[in-house]
Design a protein around this ligand. Structure first.
Ligand SMILES: [Zn+2]
Length: 250
């Protein structure tokens, strides 16, 4: 198996869909600590990863999006999460989501606990300072880092930072792949984030109004068409959405 960045430079890769959407559908409400399920219900997490890989995902994200918010048990849940994703044979991306502030200690702890992954994905970050702090912490592991910003409907970050500006700062911070996630129309953002390989991870619409797998795939495949190297699905994207995207990509 090629190292992740070598694989990415030889051809675009398909990322999986949303873990939270699948857990909700399996009867685990958002009040449950999803990261703890890596220890208490590993078979459920493993089955969700397997469903995404059967759908065509070549990179799976660990069930650790909320690990940066945990006050204890970070190492345990992260190591279990990497092992569960590893079982699929796909590239394992350690997921690092926001804790709500630029807390270097928290991000270092999560990144270190995920360091047996193939790469780290810092995602759904709406605040530039927090995003850059997490990217620098992730870089310390020596793993490739994918840095995904989230934008408002006006295509700026929460403090008004533009796609051009955050792209430049992410590259300075050492991000290997840059891009955006968890918004619907990211074409404008994608065109404005230049200087490094691009990753775009759109959601499937708003909660309660998620688009069909086919409609999602038509939108998401446009990112492959404009040259994005890594595309997958955020909120609302199920294995059926990823399978539809895999079919269109061919
Ligand atoms: Zn999302």
């Amino acid at each position: 198996m090629l190292a992740f960045l070598d694989a990415l430079s030889s051809g675009p890769l398909l990322l999986d869909g949303a873990m939270g959407t699948e857990l909700l559908a399996r009867g685990f409400p958002f009040s449950v600590c999803y990261e703890e399920l890596n220890l208490s219900r590993p078979e459920v997490i493993a089955e969700i990863h397997a469903a995404h890989v059967r759908a065509g995902a070549e990179v799976v994200e660990t069930n650790t999006f909320g690990a940066s918010r945990l006050d204890r048990g970070v190492r345990e849940v992260c190591e279990a999460a990497v092992a569960l994703a590893r079982g699929t044979g796909a590239y394992v991306a350690g997921s690092i989501g926001p804790c709500g502030r630029a807390d270097e200690g928290r991000y270092r702890a999560v990144a270190e606990a995920l360091s047996s992954a193939d790469l780290l994905i810092v995602e759904t970050m709406r605040n530039p300072a927090e995003l850059l702090t997490a990217v620098r912490a992730a870089k310390r592991t020596g793993l490739p880092v994918v840095a995904l910003a989230s934008f408002t409907d006006e295509n700026v970050m929460a403090d008004g930072t533009t796609p051009e500006s955050i792209a430049e700062r992410l590259i300075d911070a050492g991000a290997d792949v840059i891009g955006a996630n968890c918004s619907e129309d990211l074409l404008d953002v994608a065109a404005r984030m230049t200087g490094a390989p691009l990753a775009i991870v759109p959601n499937a619409g708003a909660p309660g109004a998620y688009r069909s797998p086919e409609a999602f795939a038509i939108e998401a495949s446009r990112y492959f068409a404009i040259g994005a190297r890594l595309v997958g699905g955020c909120c609302g994207a199920t294995p059926a959405h990823i399978a539809a995207l895999a079919r269109l990509r061919r």
